[in-house]
Design a protein around this ligand. Structure first.
Ligand code: NIG
Ligand code: FE
Length: 406
């Protein structure tokens, strides 16, 4: 027997339309028919087809409904935190300076190498719960704080366990997140080890866990040529590239992502006009992370409007990580998307739902049209724009109850 129910008593429902790039359908007095956890029909309650007349009703309580948020860029698993370095940054020491001193990502690498599988899983589950309470129903999660085989493998094992526990996430292998201390600054040898040795062993040892691979292509980290070599090795193993690109300086990261047919190029504060055109032509999703720009105290906001004009389907993400954006709050990112990247509310909503899901190659997430997973957020506000307008309010969505009422 299939589980059929109809969500009724909604003030309205807003959802991106997967058939159109930036269109948001706004349906007043909406109803949503669900079969086995997937949307079967969407429209005005008054137009509900007769076939649904006797299906159990779920009371939306007069809320506004939206699709669940999708976060396409997080560094979910890491040990420790970086409060100590944060205070030094407030005193004027730059993020790059801390890294040059052996801190920054390297500090988190030390803490992560010292964390057990059980500790990583426990921390990961608490963070996933926090994301879900704030409306994130699916996210991408990277390795990258191991920078050696054993710890990168343990991070993959932790992600596999979180998935076994029912969390909805995609895993990205990022063993080239920084130069590993063992290579003494030899980026070429480090890139070679990642491409030739680590990626094949990590994929073979953890089959089916990672879908994507990533490299921090940045001045003083990995060059575009070294990134290309690692991504080609990843592609040969079935991993789709996502690129940390043009974050602190222009490195040709967006152009590289387009050349590789990457799913996404992420950050892009220093993206070139040619990079934007190349991403649009190659259908690479620019994933913008304004929380990082804010937290690093930078003034170079990613040129979201120019990307949209170039034809890109821009997505938004948190970049949740302990160094450049310790923020697991999608509403903060939506607010920065509107206030700093100059997106309209509808564009920001689409960027954090439909385009985020598309960048992870999920056609059934990020919208509420028939076929979508019924991951519905219920918001108890008078007007949906209040979610960004009341800048400091910690709005929390309600989810559909498990039990139905008739
Ligand atoms: O996305 N750019 C590299 N990685 C992270 C920062 C990681 C950290 O500082 O721990 C980022 O900004
Ligand atoms: Fe990142």
């Amino acid at each position: 027997m299939s589980d059929r129910r109809v969500l009724v008593n909604l003030r309205g429902l807003w959802t991106p339309d997967p058939a159109r790039t930036w269109a948001v359908d706004r349906i007043p007095d909406a109803a949503l028919a669900v079969v086995d956890g997937h949307v079967a029909w969407l429209g005005r309650a008054a137009d509900l087809p007769a076939a649904w007349a006797d299906a159990p009703r779920v009371d939306g309580g007069g809320a506004w409904a939206t699709p669940g948020f999708v976060d396409p860029h997080t560094h979910l698993l890491f040990g420790g935190n970086r409060t100590g370095e944060f205070n030094r940054r407030l005193q004027g020491v730059s993020y790059q300076q801390l890294a040059a001193e052996g801190g920054g990502i390297r500090e988190t690498v030390r803490a992560t190498r010292g964390a057990s599988l059980a500790e990583l899983v426990t921390a990961g589950e608490a963070r996933l719960r926090a994301f879900r309470e704030r409306g994130v129903v699916h996210l991408e999660a990277k390795t990258g704080y191991g920078l050696e085989l054993a710890t990168e493998g343990r991070l993959l094992a932790a992600y596999a366990e979180l998935r076994r526990r029912g969390w909805s996430l995609d895993v990205t292998l990022l063993p080239a997140h920084d130069l590993a201390p063992e290579f003494g600054g030899d980026a070429e040898a480090n890139a070679c080890a990642v491409a030739e040795d680590w990626l094949p062993k990590l994929v073979a040892g953890n089959p089916g866990v990672a879908r994507f691979c990533d490299v921090f292509v940045e001045t003083g980290v990995f060059s575009a040529a070294q990134g290309r070599r690692i991504f080609e090795a990843g592609k040969a193993l079935g991993l789709v590239p996502r690129v940390h690109a043009d974050e602190l300086s222009w490195t040709g990261g967006a152009e590289l992502a387009a050349e590789l047919g990457a799913a996404s190029a992420d950050h892009l504060m220093f993206c070139s006009e040619a990079g934007m055109a190349a991403m649009a032509a190659a259908n690479v999703t620019p994933v913008l992370l304004p929380g990082t720009t804010l937290f690093l105290g930078m003034h170079e906001w990613a040129p979201a409007r120019r990307m949209i004009e170039a034809g890109c389907r821009v997505a938004l993400a948190t970049d949740f990580n302990p160094g450049s954006c310790p923020c697991a709050d999608p509403l903060t990112i939506l607010r920065l998307g509107c206030l700093q990247l100059r997106l309209t509310f509808e564009e920001a909503l689409t960027a954090m739902t439909l385009h985020a899901a598309r960048s992870l190659r999920h056609a059934d997430l990020g919208h509420l049209h028939p076929g979508a997973r019924a991951e519905v957020l219920l918001w108890d506000v008078d007007d949906l724009l209040e979610l960004v307008y009341w800048v400091g309010e910690p709005f929390r969505p309600r989810y559909l109850p498990e039990t139905t009422q008739t």
